[in-house]
Design a protein around this ligand. Structure first.
Ligand code: FE2
Ligand code: FE2
Length: 227
């Protein structure tokens, strides 16, 4: 902001009187414009966490059974996709950032979350204790998310330069987009849809044949930029 204000102020004051300063200021503004398009991986990850928070609040408010089912579908999809996308993108740079022990810890958390989601998947939304089964999975996910945001993300922002951060943010979003959502929740608690989709095509096709594609979802509140 400081740079922007000064670049614009200098440009306005000198733009008509000094060609050299005007060129320098134009470069500064261009640099700033480029900078403003850089992404922050911690922001993109938090965006997913916030969507889960929002979806869970909507699930709690919903009274219509069909709406609850659609929100639950979306919650499950988002938690699976987010976890797998992290594992194949941002966690790969944790070792470089001195967070290698954290990778194993995070993957164990993800394994627990996927196991809980697997239980959710095997219960109909109209069973008596469905809300508490789903709520348990969401609460474990959100506790893990809070640890990422409060403990790990400040270190990521501190230890990555802006270009590296931007590159990993784009890798994370691309990973999200490439995960075949019809593949979950076939994946059991280890690995994940992306990894499993590479090796269990037969099971995926079997599930697809049973109509997994007919799932319906609700819209997400927050969206990632296009990359
Ligand atoms: Fe995670
Ligand atoms: Fe996360």
């Amino acid at each position: 902001m400081f740079v922007a204000r000064n670049a614009l102020r200098l440009s306005g004051r000198n733009g008509l009187t000094s060609g050299r300063i005007a060129i320098r200021n134009a470069t500064a503004v261009r640099t700033l414009a480029t900078y403003s398009t850089l992404l922050d991986v911690t922001r993109e990850i938090k965006l997913d966490h916030d969507n889960v928070r929002d979806l869970f609040a909507r699930f709690g408010r919903a009274t219509d059974q069909k709406e609850k089912t659609l929100i639950a579908n979306t919650l499950i999809r988002e938690m699976f996709v987010h976890s797998d996308a992290e594992e194949v993108s941002v966690y790969n740079v944790y070792a470089r950032l001195g967070l290698d022990d954290t990778v194993q810890h995070n993957k164990e958390d993800h394994a627990e979350i996927k196991q809980l989601l697997w239980q959710v998947e095997h219960n109909a939304t109209d069973v008596e204790n469905y809300d508490s089964i789903l709520g348990n999975a969401v609460n474990v996910f959100l506790a893990h998310a809070a640890e990422e945001e409060n403990v790990q993300h400040p270190k990521i922002r501190e230890r990555l330069d802006v270009e590296q951060n931007d590159q990993i943010a784009r890798t994370f979003i691309k990973a999200r987009n490439s995960i075949p959502t019809h593949a979950y929740p076939l994946a059991p608690q280890t690995g994940g849809p992306l990894q499993k989709a590479m090796g269990i095509h037969g099971r995926v096709q079997e599930k697809m044949a049973k109509g997994a594609h007919s799932r319906e979802y609700v819209d997400l509140k927050f969206e990632h930029p296009e990359v």
